[in-house]
Design a protein around this ligand. Sequence first.
Ligand code: GDP
Ligand code: MG
Length: 863
Amino acid sequence: MVNFTQVELREMMGKKNNIRNVSLIAHLSHGKSTLTESLVAAAGMIRHEGDVEVPMADTHADVAQPAMSIRSAGTSLLYEMNNESFKSYKGERDGDQYLVNLIDSPGHTDFSSEVTTALRVTDGALLVIDAIEGVCMQTEAVLCQALNEMVRPILCVNKMDKLFPDLQVESANPESVGHKLFSGLQDEGAKPESMGERAYKILSNVVENSNEIMKAHGAERLGDVQVYPETSSVAFASGLHGWAFTIASFAKKYALKCGVDETKFAKRLWGDNFYDSAKKKWTRKNSGSDNCIRGFVRFCYNPIDTVLMACMNDNKGELWDLCQKLEVSLRDDEKDLTGMALVKCVMQTWLPASTALLEMMICHLPSPLEAQKYRVENLYEGPLDDKYAEAIKKCDPEGPLMLYVSKMVPASDVGRFFAFGRVFSGRIAAGMKVRVMGPSYVPGMETDLHVESVQRTIIWMGKKQCDVPDVPCGNTVGLIGLDACITKSATLTSEKEVVARPIRAMKLSVCPLMFVTINCKVPSESPKLVQGLKRLAMSDPVVLWSKVEPGTYTVAGVGELHLEICLKDLQEEFMDGVEVVSSPPVVSFRETICKSCDPVERMSRNKQIQCSLSVVARPLDENLVEAIEDGRLGPRTDHAVRSEILAKHGWDKDLGDNIWCFGPDAVGPNVIVNRCNNIIQNLELAKKVIVAGFEMVGKEGALAKEKLHGICFEVHNVNIHADEALKGTTAQLNKMVRTALIESQLAAKPRLLEPTYIVAIQCPKSALSTIYGILHQRNGSVYEEFVREGTMLHILKAYVPVYDSFGLSKAISAATSELVTPQCIFGYWSDMCSDPFQANAPAGQMVLDIRKRKKMGRPSFQK
Ligand code: GDP
Ligand code: MG
């Protein structure tokens, strides 16, 4: 381990060829946090007094999974490459030392917004996959997210220890189930395969499955994003035991020892290459003789197996011989170790995880300089030839400051937050005054725009928090002093750069699907609740809150677990332990329509007032809804792009220019369009009241005040009298607009939409019937079932209405002795396919239930 001074560290932060910004992404429990810990433990650190210890990823020990990481946090590691490792390295470099900024993100689907925020500030992703469980639902989801953000992936097949039978003797924990599934598998009647051969098949299957996704989702600009063991963009690791290898790391060892050509030999260590030791020859086909063994098995798997066996059998004579051959030297006290401790010690000395993984990151992931060249198109909202785009492209420290804050991280002192982000150009320094553009900022306007001073600039080295005077582009950074003006994310530029456009908002892959109603146990403590809710919303990329009545609020989150953790954070972290009472979670629905209505005309009621509005509600094409939700189509979309997208879905050429607003919240999946043939009198006022009404109805539809989804309101005629006396009050106008919109929705065959989860489950065959039973009880329908190749794991995928999903994870865990944990992700809004006007139809019943809960009374439209 190398120790660095702060001055050296600052110098490294300026060498942009020698920086790697990397996220660790994976399915839940595939071992990211364990791997991160082992990297942090081994990498070079800064030591000086007064540093504060902070946990790497915030962990909630008591919820569902022990020590599951919930929030992502960044940490920087220093690594020195040796000359041997540079032999096959082709990129530009500036000395031997590298700075790796690493972000561990949570794997639970409820927290996948944290993955998005991590990916935004990194250029590469280490995809971690459990060797036995293989590519899971969340593996695929996070990988696609990475590719969408133009983040290049490399692969780490983890938990390799499960593929070595000798290591399984001690384990009585559920983890060993994977191993049983592996070792218990043998085709009846076939010639018994060696453990090594079976391990190879499982591993190559993991690599192939990952590559299929990479090929399908990689953007052209990223080039080939697949991973190849033979070129060492794949590592094989046991994070728990602290060891890992790549094909190159073995080839290098053999090259040094036996004088073979490293690159040629590496190619033999993966794929169908077999070595016949009797004939001393390589072949592409297995001759079937006992001497003919696959290169990977003979030269990688078997040597590890031999060492592990010697350790576990406490066969020290053989072990010291092996160690000598492998040039592994242990200290005397280490030689007294036994069992798993001995395994860890020998393996970490022989194949240290940090070396294999950090070198793989350095050799196969882009530096900020390389990455920003192509990422700029996804990142910057402004013209790609302005000076800000140029500076991002070049990762220019002398250019104007462009910094994106992707999340707010709660600091240890209650109520304070670090703004965590990435400097894309220029540099940020403590004391600097910055212009803060929030997500609702519109160029030229003052909304969501602030000027504020940065008090301190901070980075995390390993587990320590260090103050640095400034941070140049290409690095991640924590900022103190911006809590008051950033809620979740923002773009920062220097104060004088008033024409800089913001960095594009992140597209989160989750949305609030359920909410709880909360209030303080002791009513007099309510003022603290609002403060606490503000902080909670700041700390989490998705949480939304709103007031029901004084003292009572709703908090909306992604799922059951997410809400549970949010409420715990709210009380313990953000309200100093003040007790909060909450209702059980309630599901959010959406309202839509399935046909166009005839024009609905409403006049202002008062006889003296002569105003009217005529609107048509029609369903918005599903693809357009998707484009709006993806962020491809919205209020800030470029004129030409907007027309092109709309034209594809049958909109008239110029109609795009007549969109007054998306909504609700300016970005929702509904639009209001001006289709008046005549010139509108009082246009500004008309637009203003109509947009305001649309915003309200968008949030509270006609059926049950749920949000609208996929409705286009066309304004066919609007008449607001110029004469003050004949115009009426704003309240009267608002009422006219709202009634017209609501009536048009009701006239257009309205429908209730309910959220549906995709539930993925991996289980042994014996658990299948129990699980089918549980799914059936909850109106789930299984749409896919298969056995993971090379294992005995059955994979099930089912649709389950979110409404019926409460307690599903717990029920399945309990019924399978905690062996099986289902994963739920939001699938789609599904039409309840029954008449919401009919009290005895499911949708009608639901409408009544929701209205009762909201104290809305029986609907006048109910038959
Ligand atoms: P994360 O959710 O991806 O951060 O996963 P964790 O690092 O928290 O690990 C989840 C579980 O897998 C824990 O019980 C770990 O002890 C276990 N685990 C992690 N790495 C390994 C490994 O290399 N081998 C085995 N057998 N278990 C591991
Ligand atoms: Mg974790």
